[in-house]
Ligand binder design. Structure first.
Ligand code: BTN
Length: 255
């Protein structure tokens, strides 16, 4: 069990450590349904046997080597139309921490993949429950590759692989949570333009051309920005288009 001291943002944080489970997002969801997870709680796994990724993918992370956890919050003050700001806040929390720890350039691949040296080091699965046009509950599932050195895909990396250092997982977790809390507090204080500016400053490919789409439907596009709804603004061969988060993937490998 990791010891998390009280902090001003989540004084009641409860940490549930599971040496092994299928998916921390699923465990957190079940506990929320049973009303047994206080706001600010984190479900942290040593190993997930069925980690959930975006777009129905699995999230593979070696046992005891990485951080895989789900944070439960109730941003009931945030409009459903502003939910992309949760993505921005959590992405920036991870980015801030990695930048401070390594001094390396860390980029956000829209909407919420975190990259170091053009490789993915962190993925997020943010699941929001809406009620009357507001957000009732959020489970932010975050997977950060820390000490794993071998991966089934070339476009994936870890802290250890990038810096040739072995990290203390508990210390990483504690410091990462502090950075996430700081960004979440900015969101609570409705500092939307600060979050937007910082997100764009760290966004992969802003002003550059990337390849979008899948299979034969690929096309080049220049990233122009991300709007308040979280849509990616792209200059395509057909003019300027706004894409929803699940609508259009950015292709690997990145240039
Ligand atoms: C992605 O990039 O595809 C999203 C990956 C999200 C992985 C994390 S690990 C902790 C949490 N529990 C899950 O089952 N998934 C998320």
């Amino acid at each position: 069990m990791y010891k998390i001291p009280a902090n001003p943002f989540f004084p009641l944080r409860k940490l549930i450590y599971m040496p092994e489970c299928h998916s921390t997002n699923v465990i957190a969801e079940q506990m929320v349904k049973q009303n047994s997870l206080p706001e600010g709680s984190v479900v942290l796994a040593g190993y997930q046997s069925a980690g959930k990724g975006q777009r129905g993918n699995v999230w593979l992370a070696g046992a005891g080597l990485n951080l895989t956890f789900s944070l439960f919050v109730k941003p009931v003050w945030l409009k459903a139309s502003e939910q992309m700001y949760l993505t921005k806040a959590f992405s920036l929390g991870v980015t801030d921490w990695l930048q401070r720890l390594t001094g390396m350039s860390v980029l956000i691949k829209w909407p919420n993949d975190i990259l170091v040296n053009n490789k993915k080091i962190c993925g997020m699965l943010i699941e929001n429950q809406l009620k009357n046009n507001y957000i009732a509950a959020t489970i932010a599932g975050i997977g950060v590759n820390i000490n794993q050195r071998e991966f089934p895909f070339v476009q994936v990396t870890s802290l250890a692989a990038e810096t040739d250092t072995v990290y203390d997982l508990a210390e990483c977790f504690f410091n990462l949570m502090l950075h996430i809390d700081a960004r979440y507090t900015l969101l609570q204080n409705k500092q939307f333009s600060k979050l937007q500016d910082d997100y764009l400053n760290n966004l992969l490919g802003l002003g550059d051309e990337l390849i979008f789409g899948e299979g034969e439907q690929q096309f080049p596009g220049t990233v122009l920005g991300v709007d308040d709804l979280g849509r990616l603004e792209v200059r395509t061969p057909w003019g300027i288009r706004f894409y929803e988060t699940k609508e259009i993937p950015i292709q690997w490998p990145l240039k």
